[in-house]
Design a protein around this ligand. Structure first.
Ligand code: F0G
Length: 456
């Protein structure tokens, strides 16, 4: 049976159609960086699943019901109760989004000489760690770096590499270990419960805290239910609770599985660290019962964190992403296998093998998809993570990807059918794709503001 959207639509928003001639002009004005396009000039926006969720009627009514007290707001206590029940963490510190939680955490535990391992750091996590003077290390297991190989838990951390890293840099230089669920930069791939337990065991041996980057914890929990033996009959809520119970703390951007347009949190058991975190919070974000948010946003988050655990929703969510991937694969389009929780990733190395990583094949594809059908995706490859070494040579990441992220509860199956057709058209003309070069780059997170042009 077809797995249908487990909701009906109460409020709609028009999207704007443009001509190819208009898009050629608009992309040129955006310096060939889709981040610099006006969203009104995008027909279907798959730039991110972050903060783009359609909220439910109950969330919107929560917005009206929010208690805007500066201190001690009822909405904060509802938010705290929901998160305590879900995660078990003692201290729940709201922040305006995920990177604010990262900034607070790493300003306290980071700094020169420190090393922070993760399965794969998301770009803002890496940037916050590096900004503190510390080093961010990715320890993804080998299969996670092979886009064409299908495996159940390609987000898993390489446990031997974790032990080797701790031994090499010295346990005193590792303030904590982080695991990102699902592994966004590695293709939205899940991490198994067995792997989280194995990381926990290493942390126990070395007496290190384990923090989850929990942005997409519910999608990860649903993958565990569907794929990991022994969890078939466990509720997603219990699986999520078990994941959190293995950790000492978490950062989360609730703009993903919190089902809201803005919000996040930092949570932990350690009372002394929480006190220092709250002090930074007050200086940089706001009072501990609102953390840079309107209190109504806490209300929407509390409701969103309940709704995201509905298994009909999660089954539809994972299936709709898989459906998109199935259509592309059937036409021969190379994608990262298997499809992840929140996005389909095009494998740019196989899609445009004639463009070297130093000429940003993912960016070339991403621009072509916009020109062809007004769809916006994002390059996750050499533009986002590449650097130039001392010899002036390009050093790129393992994978060159284009992420097509699916906002939660926003697009229907016919939108996805259209997207598949556009991408298949681009793939069928792939020989005409041209490499690109940078004309401007910022010091940190250059992909957001980079300016590019085509190579002659
Ligand atoms: N960690 C992960 C795994 C993320 O995917 C993101 C954001 C963050 C942390 C930071 O959260 O944006 O609320 O500050 N990812 C978005 C994306 C931006 O498009 O994947 P934030």
């Amino acid at each position: 049976m077809t797995i249908i959207e487990p909701f009906k639509i109460k409020s709609v928003e028009p999207i704007r159609f443009t001509t190819r001639e208009q898009r050629v002009e608009m992309l040129k004005n955006a310096a060939y960086n889709p981040f610099l396009l006006h969203a009104d000039d995008v027909l279907i926006d798959l730039l991110t699943d972050s903060g783009t969720t359609a909220m439910s009627a109950l969330q919107w009514s929560g917005i009206m019901n929010g208690d805007e007290a500066y201190a001690g707001s009822r909405s904060y206590y509802r938010f705290e109760n929901v998160l305590r029940a879900l995660t078990g963490f003692t201290h729940i510190i709201p922040t305006h989004q995920g990177r604010a939680a990262e900034k607070i955490l790493f300003s306290l535990v980071g700094g020169a000489g420190k090393v922070i391992p993760n399965n794969t750091h998301f770009d803002t996590t890496r940037a916050n760690i590096e900004y503190s003077g510390a080093v961010a290390v990715d320890l993804l297991n080998a299969v996670g770096k092979q886009p064409s190989v299908r495996a159940d838990f390609k987000g898993n951390m390489d446990i031997d590499a974790l032990v080797a890293l701790i031994e090499r840099v010295g346990v005193e230089n590792v303030p904590l270990v982080m695991v990102t669920v699902t592994n966004n930069s590695g293709g939205g791939q899940p991490v198994s419960m067995a792997n989280i337990k194995a990381v926990r065991a290493v942390c126990d041996t070395y007496k290190l805290p384990l923090f989850l980057d929990a942005c997409r914890f519910a999608e990860n929990a649903m993958f565990i239910k569907m794929r990991e033996p022994g969890y078939e009959n466990v509720s997603v809520r219990d699986i999520a609770h078990e994941m959190f119970s293995l950790a000492d703390g978490a950062t989360m951007s609730a703009k993903k599985d919190g089902m809201v347009n803005t919000g996040g949190f930092l949570a932990m058991h350690d009372g002394a660290l929480a006190e220092r975190a709250r002090t930074v919070l007050i200086v940089t974000e706001g009072f501990p019962t609102y953390g840079g948010l309107a209190r109504r946003d806490l209300e929407a988050m509390a409701q969103g964190l309940e709704e995201v655990l509905e298994e009909d929703y999660l089954r539809y969510r994972l299936r709709s992403v898989e459906y998109f991937g199935d259509k592309l694969r059937a036409a021969g389009v190379p994608i990262l296998e298997p499809t992840g929780g929140h996005a389909v990733y095009l494998d740019a190395k196989r899609f445009a093998p004639h463009i070297p990583p130093s000429q940003f094949p993912g960016q070339a594809i991403s621009c072509a998809i916009y020109l062809e059908g007004g769809i916006r995706g994002v390059e996750i490859g050499s533009l986002m993570f590449g650097t130039t070494n001392e010899q002036g040579e390009h050093v790129g990441p393992d994978m060159e990807l284009v992420r097509l992220a699916i906002p939660r509860r926003v697009y229907t199956q016919s939108h996805i059918d259209y997207c598949s057709e556009v991408i298949i058209n681009v793939y069928n003309q792939r020989e005409s794709l041209r490499g690109m070069k940078l004309t401007y780059e910022a010091e940190y997170l250059r992909h957001f503001t980079a300016r590019l042009e085509y190579v002659e």
